[in-house]
Design a protein around this ligand. Sequence first.
Ligand code: FAD
Ligand code: EPU
Length: 336
Amino acid sequence: MKRHLNFSLKKYNTFGVDSVAKEFIECDDEEELLNYLRNNFPGNYLILGGGSNVLFTKDFEGSVIHFNKKGIEIISENDSSVLIRASAGEAWDELVEFTVKKRWYGIENLSLIPGTVGAAPIQNIGAYGVELKDCLVEVEGLNLQELKKEILPADNCNLKYRSSIFKEKLKNKFLIIAIVIKLSKSKRLNLEYRALKEYFHDKSFDDIDIEDVRNGVIAIRKSKLPDPSELGNAGSFFKNPVVNADKLDSLQSLYKDIPYHKIDERIYKIPAAWLIEKSGLKGKRIGNVGVHKDQALVIVNYGTASGKEILDFAEIVRAAVYDKYGIELEYEVNII
Ligand code: FAD
Ligand code: EPU
């Protein structure tokens, strides 16, 4: 375990915002961390993984806990499936790459999502028609109120679109140390997402293998999402809003081409990127902050923007969408 005082978080957030934490604790051993916390529990703390879904709007006057234990192990397997345990500090995409090489099906559509394994359940990461909840078995962690280890079965984690119990009741109260996922050994591809269908339009299912899917997802992502090592960002800044049938009807009477995705008879999801683009904001820039030119849901830091400037800009985007469509966009990024 290492402790640093007055620690710059610039390299620990993909927006590249300069924020200083009063204390930064990095640790790769849960017993050591538990013992330390039993004697020195910080009054104000924040759990941080790779910082790819946070926006620091000021310095952090407390302790940042960065649990970076790595490791991937096979717990059990049979002819049809395999159970894998991955530690929180493992890079998510390295876990995906490992499983794709083994030809174990389930998380290939989640290729190239930045960040750590430990953060994956927090917003139930999702992309291209797949969410973590489709394969998550259980979450191991430290209950930071009772300072003991605990295992939560996936069914108790309230996993839904971009949310979970860890963003609600257990927000910042449960430090994830590992996850267990179940993958299939028999071919099971999900190619329903529009961008994937288009990518594979000239191939039949039998000609597509798991590596093609990983490569396809990576190619699609690279074509529109900015690489945080080149341009600061945290992926989608807002969640896609959900509206009821009446609201969709009234929007359709004004905007015939509005895209939507049916969740059930009463609920529809609308792409926030479309609302932002049609509000005339795609590519808009104020100072060092802007809406990305290729993906309107992504807000970018062109250089030295502060977290506060980025948040103020996001508020301008939110207000414009509300004024035009009467829809309040919700942040996906965790504002600190
Ligand atoms: P952080 O940003 O460090 O933390 C995120 C939240 O999780 C914070 O609230 C933090 O307190 C909490 N947390 C982190 N680690 C732990 C832990 N061990 N225990 C308890 N709480 C913890 N997300 C998607 O779902 N789909 C996408 O397609 C996607 N694409 C992206 C593309 C880009 C270019 C970028 C920059 C981001 C994208 N994201 C996407 C968002 C992000 O990658 C995910 O939310 C990721 O899971 C965050 O991981 P992290 O380790 O960086 O978490
Ligand atoms: N669109 C626009 N303008 C744009 C971009 C998109 O109008 O600039 C419209 C198009 O109609 C397009 C639709 O939005 O068909 C959907 O676009 P896309 O497939 O790019 O997905 P998204 O809804 O913008 C979501 C996730 C992404 C995830 C992709 C792929 C959320 C908040 N975002 O984006 O997740 O990678 O789908 O599944 O749900 C993230 O969470 O950080 C993230 C990047």
